[in-house]
Ligand binder design. Structure first.
Ligand SMILES: Cc1ncc(COP(=O)(O)O)c(C=O)c1O
Length: 386
């Protein structure tokens, strides 16, 4: 199926990368559950030699996501962390990386506890402060890693400004676009060089697969990452590729509902001033990154954090909700609620969390696609118990 060059996002979600199966005409890309491919003769094959290197189901997903992010190519990995690990192989020992602070705890853990062993250095800062960012560059800075909106405090990075700064210093900008999804934000169009995703979240959207992807905009990065994907072998399985491909078909539809529900829940939580000290959601006009998000994204998303003031209050709320499920992760069609300090951000020490402002009373909610009145009723009941 040939997509028009001007096909719109929802159409790209459904059709990009997906041809009817050549042998049967099946409209859905099959799960090519095979480890190898029979070759016709020495050096003569159909473009597939060994399944770590190429797989038709994975290829369909990679082409689909490359189109969603307006990238040159996408490479799918076994998890979001494997994708971020693959990007890190661009670095050489002695290189310096600048990272937006309060990134996902697992990303911090990889950088701080693993990669620092290989003579790489990392500086963490609030990328909204462009002066501080400018000062943080050293002659060894090769990469900027931005998560925006960030996890869990919803800080925003002005991607066009930061891409410009990175390029003036000869560095690449990598954006973790997991929270926004390409439906709301396409960093490569704003000047980023690479995008990473945990496909576990909105791209798959059904909480039934763990995966990751890197999208490249330049030939040299595509070539290197393709080489690394095969060399390290942390590939996404055919079944997971199929699940994510099935998920991206409804991405535009789901994100519309996530956005609508996210706004309603954020506004409801903000009215609960007796119980909630602060609500973090970029859709509020007084959120420090609101204008940046308006400019660079088409929505504010359904990730919200709110501060209940103490660990006890947070625990009571999390133990009382019924419809909202207490669990790690986000971006699924069902609402998930979590406690960053002991769950997603347990990779940071208490002192590191305190410095970032991730308090013990902070609760994060990934608002799903249930009827929003039911969600608000569930949260209201749980807040009454706090
Ligand atoms: C923003 C972000 N990036 C990356 C990851 C890592 O992804 P995965 O769990 O698929 O390895 C996560 C996981 O929660 C995340 O929230």
């Amino acid at each position: 199926m040939k997509l028009n060059a001007n096909a719109r996002f929802a159409t790209i979600c459904l059709h990009a990368g997906q041809e009817p199966d050549p042998s049967t005409g099946a409209i859905t890309t099959p799960i090519y559950q095979t480890s190898t491919y029979v070759q016709e003769a020495l050096g003569r094959h159909k473009g597939f030699e060994y399944a770590r290197t190429q797989n038709p189901t994975r290829l369909a997903l990679e082409n689909n996501i490359a189109a969603l992010e307006a990238g040159r190519a996408a490479l799918a990995f076994a998890s979001g962390m494997a994708a971020i690990g693959a990007v890190a192989t661009i670095l050489e020992s002695g290189d310096h990386v600048i990272v937006s602070d309060n990134v996902y705890g697992g990303t911090f853990r990889l950088f701080d506890r693993v990669l620092r062993r290989y003579q790489l250095t990392f500086t963490y800062l609030d990328m909204a402060d462009l002066d501080a960012l400018e000062r943080a560059f050293t002659p060894a800075t090769r990469l900027l890693f931005a998560e925006t909106p960030s996890n869990p405090l919803m800080r925003l990075t002005d991607l066009a400004a930061v891409a410009d700064l990175a390029h003036r210093h000869g560095a690449r900008l990598v954006v973790d676009n997991t929270f926004a999804s390409p439906c709301l934000q396409q960093p490569l169009k704003l000047g980023a060089d690479l995008v990473v995703h945990s496909t576990t979240k909105y791209l798959n959207g059904h909480s039934d697969s763990v995966g990751g992807v890197v999208v490249a905009s330049k030939a040299e990065d595509e070539e290197w990452l393709r080489f690394v994907q095969n060399a390290e072998g942390a590939i996404l399985s055919p079944f997971d590729s199929w699940l994510v491909l099935r998920g991206t078909k409804t991405l535009a539809l789901r994100m519309r509902q996530h956005e609508e529900n996210g706004r309603a829940v954020a506004e409801y939580l903000r009215k609960q001033t007796g119980k909630i000290r602060k609500v973090y959601w970029p859709g509020f006009s007084d959120h420090p990154g609101h204008e940046v998000q308006r400019r660079q994204a088409s929505g504010f998303g359904s990730m919200i954090s709110f501060d209940l003031g103490s660990r006890e209050a947070a625990a009571r709320l999390l133990e009382t909700v019924r419809l909202c499920s207490l669990g790690e992760s986000l971006g699924g069609i069902e609402t998930l609620i979590s406690h960053p300090a002991t769950m997603t951000h347990a990779g940071y020490t208490q002192a590191e969390r305190d410095a970032l402002g991730i308090g013990d009373g902070l609760v994060r909610i990934s608002v799903g696609c249930e009827d929003v009145e039911d969600l608000i009723a569930d949260l209201g009941r749980a807040l009454n118990a706090v």
